[in-house]
Ligand binder design. Structure first.
Ligand code: URA
Ligand code: SF4
Length: 206
C-alpha cells in the first residue's frame, strides 16, 4: 500500500517535516521527480492554498507555484485583496508526476492517481495541523479529493465556504478551479473571472 506515514517525523515543526519529506518514498512518484516540493509561506498563515502537485518548473526549483500557474494565482490573490505574504501555499501531492512523449523531450504533467493522492495526504494533514489556517482554499480536483473526499467535483463544490471535514477548530474550506485549468481553458477570461469571484468570497470570510 502507498503511504507516506512511515516517513513523517514523530515531532517537530514545518522545517522538520520539510526535511523528512525530502526522503519520502511513500509512493512511486519520488523515483522520476527531481525532489520533494514541500509547502512554503507564513508558518502561521490565516489562509492555506492547496494545489495539485508541483509542475515542471516547481520540480526543478524545489518550490511550489513558482511557474506560470503561480504567476496567475498571485495576480488573482492580489486582485481579490488577499495578502500574498500572509498565506501558506502547498500541494496535495509533493512530487511531480509526468510523462515524456519521446526520450529527452519536454516533460508533460500527468494527474496523480487517487492512490498517490491519498498516500501523500499525511504530509498535507501535518501542514494543516502545524499552520492552523482559518481558511483552506482548495485549487482543483486533486486537492478537493484529498480534503473533501473522493466524490469531490469542482463544478458542483466550488465557491461555497464550508467546514473542513474532521476539523475541530472551525477551519473553513472553499474550493475553486486550479490556476493551471484557467491557463488551459478556451474561455480563459470567463474562467479567470470565476476564480477571482471565488477568491473574493474567500477574502470575505476572513
Ligand atoms: N500547479 C500546482 O498545482 N502546484 C504547483 O506548485 C504548480 C502548478
Ligand atoms: Fe511521498 Fe508524496 Fe512523494 Fe509519494 S508523492 S513519494 S507520498 S512525498
Amino acid at each position: 500500500r502507498y503511504d507516506a506515514t512511515p516517513y513523517l517525523p514523530a515531532r517537530g515543526g514545518l522545517p522538520a517535516h520539510q526535511r523528512a519529506a525530502a526522503d519520502c518514498r511513500g509512493c512511486p512518484l519520488y523515483r522520476d521527480a527531481t525532489g520533494t516540493v514541500f509547502g512554503r509561506g507564513d508558518p502561521h498563515a490565516r489562509v492555506m492554498l492547496v494545489g495539485e502537485q508541483p509542475g515542471d518548473q516547481e520540480d526543478r526549483e524545489g518550490l511550489p507555484f513558482v511557474g506560470p500557474a503561480g504567476r496567475l494565482l498571485r495576480k488573482a490573490l492580489d486582485e481579490a485583496g488577499i495578502d500574498q505574504d500572509g498565506v501558506y501555499v502547498t500541494n496535495a501531492v509533493k512530487h511531480f508526476k509526468f510523462t515524456r512523449k519521446e526520450t529527452g523531450k519536454r516533460r508533460i504533467h500527468k494527474q496523480p492517481s487517487l492512490r498517490e493522492t491519498l498516500a501523500c495526504r499525511p504530509w498535507l494533514m501535518a501542514e494543516l495541523r502545524l499552520v492552523e489556517p482559518e481558511l483552506v482554499i482548495v485549487l482543483g480536483a486533486t486537492a478537493g479529493r484529498a480534503l473533501l473526499g473522493p466524490s469531490f467535483r469542482v463544478g458542483t463544490d466550488r465557491g461555497t465556504p464550508m467546514p473542513l471535514p474532521d476539523s475541530e477548530d472551525g477551519t473553513l474550506v472553499l474550493a475553486t478551479v486550479h490556476p493551471s485549468a484557467v491557463l488551459r481553458a478556451e474561455d480563459r477570461e470567463a474562467m479567470y473571472a470565476g476564480l477571482l469571484a471565488d477568491l473574493r468570497t474567500a477574502a470575505g470570510v476572513l
